[in-house]
Design a binder for this molecule. Structure first.
Ligand SMILES: Nc1ccn([C@@H]2O[C@H](COP(=O)(O)OP(=O)(O)OP(=O)(O)O)[C@@H](O)[C@H]2O)c(=O)n1
Ligand SMILES: C[C@](O)(CO)[C@H](O)COP(=O)(O)O
Length: 228
């Protein structure tokens, strides 16, 4: 089944502390965002990319799209102050029945995940990739443990997340009206009472957030080179 993908890339990368949008950091000489875009450019199931960007960086993204021949970009959409707002702006420009949302800062997503996600979303309405938590998780307040959370049912949620476009648009509209701000899009579907299927993904599908993640990124690229 075909899909479009909304790729939010309009953040500031504050936690990366790189002095620029972390999407522009180069891995093996190629910007992070281009690594991400290429996965969808080369996936025949993907019919369009809605790339959400900071308007001040639009020309940079446009030049990258030309340089790396990313032809599936349907639009460079202006982002908002929060990730949720950026995603909503991208969703409003989508038209496919099934839509994926994938962080521009997650360049190591594997194409086989898209097939599983699209199938799950078309059958059940919504799906996300996630991995079982490996560490013990505790709720902490004022540097003091207040609860150890039972680990067997804890998963670290990633992106892509897949939805029926009509459902996720409604969920975003409801969240906007109620002032709810979620850290992922699946939470907006959950609060509207709909189910979200979880598909086990890869621990290498990291989100480049802080400088140490770049060390992991280099190791992942080296291991991928070894596989090819
Ligand atoms: N207002 C925002 C905030 C985030 N994002 C995007 O959402 C993804 C996940 O967000 P995050 O990793 O938090 O990126 P930043 O917001 O840039 O990071 P920070 O919070 O450290 O500034 C990133 O691809 C980011 O560019 C976005 O499009 N619009
Ligand atoms: C959407 C997400 O990547 C799922 O883990 C995560 O919630 C994004 O959080 P961020 O603070 O906007 O990076």
């Amino acid at each position: 089944m075909k899909y479009e993908v909304v790729i939010p890339a309009a953040g500031q990368g504050k936690r990366m502390n790189a002095g620029k949008n972390k999407q522009f950091i180069e891995l093996d000489g190629i910007p992070v965002i281009v690594h991400t875009l290429k996965v969808f450019e080369y996936d025949p199931q993907c019919t369009g990319i809605l790339l959400v960007v900071n308007p001040n960086e639009r020309d940079i993204f446009a030049a990258m799209a030309d340089q790396y021949e990313i032809s599936k970009i349907k639009g460079l959409i202006s982002g908002g102050s929060e990730r949720q707002h950026s995603v909503y702006n991208g969703l409003k420009a989508a038209s496919s029945e099934i839509v994926l949302v994938h962080d521009g800062a997650r360049p190591f997503i594997k194409k086989n995940m898209m097939t599983k996600l699209v199938k799950a979303a078309s059958e059940d309405g919504a799906a996300t990739v996630a991995v079982p938590v490996k560490d013990t998780i505790k709720r902490v307040l004022n540097s003091e443990v207040i609860e150890t959370v039972e680990r067997s049912s804890l998963w670290a949620v990633q992106t892509p997340q897949a939805f029926r476009l009509s459902d996720i648009l409604t969920a975003h509209e409801e969240a906007l009206q109620s002032g709810f701000l979620g850290t992922d899009d699946a939470s907006l579907i959950e609060r509207s009472g709909r189910k979200v299927q979880v598909i086990e993904g890869d621990y290498t599908n990291i989100k480049l957030t802080t400088p140490d993640d770049l060390l992991l990124a280099k190791a992942i690229l080296e291991s991928e080179r070894g596989e090819t």
